[in-house]
Design a protein around this ligand. Sequence first.
Ligand code: 5GP
Ligand code: MN
Length: 324
Amino acid sequence: MNWTEAAAAVNQAGSILVVTHVKPDGDAIGSMLGLAIALREMGKKVDAAVDGGVPDYLQFIPQQETVLGELNQGQWDLMISVDASDEPRSGDAGGYGREHSTVVINLDHHATNTMFGNIHLVIPEAVAASEIVYDFLVKMGKPISKSVATALLTGMVTDTMGFRTNHVVPRTLEVVHQLMLAGGPLVDVINRTLVSKPLSDIMLWKEVFPSVEYKDGIISAVITPENLQTVELRDMTDAGLVSTLVTADEVMIAVVFKVQPDSKVELSLRSKIGYDVGEVAFKLGGGGHKAAAGATVDGTLDEVKAKVMPMLAAVVKQGNLISG
Ligand code: 5GP
Ligand code: MN
């Protein structure tokens, strides 16, 4: 791993930009803010940016108010991209940052990472980008403050869905232990990110459940722009629907099709252990992990379904072969 090279880049930099992936989740914001706060504590001049800013439910993370929702000025010695597997994934903020930064560190845990940037801290075994940020800070000899611990715990909790994913290992809990010792509020983070939800999420489920279909290990649902209007949701979230659909015993793969107004369909994919939907998402121009992935595909709902469903059926078949 390029820890030494990355630490040298940080030491040499006066100004640093941290960016993450669009439609940021808990690990995106947690790893970005954990790193930004720590670098500020080290005396660096740090900007953090993601298109559209920090979602409401993550606004308990310290220094979230410093996150820029758009970038149109600035120049940095170093840009660090966290939790983004490719360049487009960091959106307009990432694009602007790359053009106005001398060196780029790519810090990520997606197996589908395209290895962009000058220095790679890409560790697919890490449960969250936040875990890699933790390791990086420890390597640099930087003590973990309570604020940093709160941010990084958020990533550890959300990307493991509360320590329920298959890549959780004893080391995961060692990192969490250290973050708790540093003052990170584990239970509060779990409640805010995994338990609490706006009523509009439930209302969206009510709208969308009639579209649920099941066949041969694959369950699907469709969210239309009209569904979102009805429940007055602020963004194209699936309100945790796909993660719930995959919990049914008969289901190997769950897919939610989110129809966009501009003849595009956004896919959210989840799978049981032994079934790799990350590869499918990657082939469709997206990316992700074996068990949780996504992509945005051009076409009408029918066209996209006709393309995607056979690919998922092949994964179900393949998975069966592998598991015997
Ligand atoms: P979600 O279903 O929660 O939107 O996405 C699940 C995971 O899939 C994300 O954490 C991310 O790793 C990956 N993902 C989703 N959409 C995209 C995409 O358009 N491009 C890439 N590279 N990854 C995606
Ligand atoms: Mn992540």
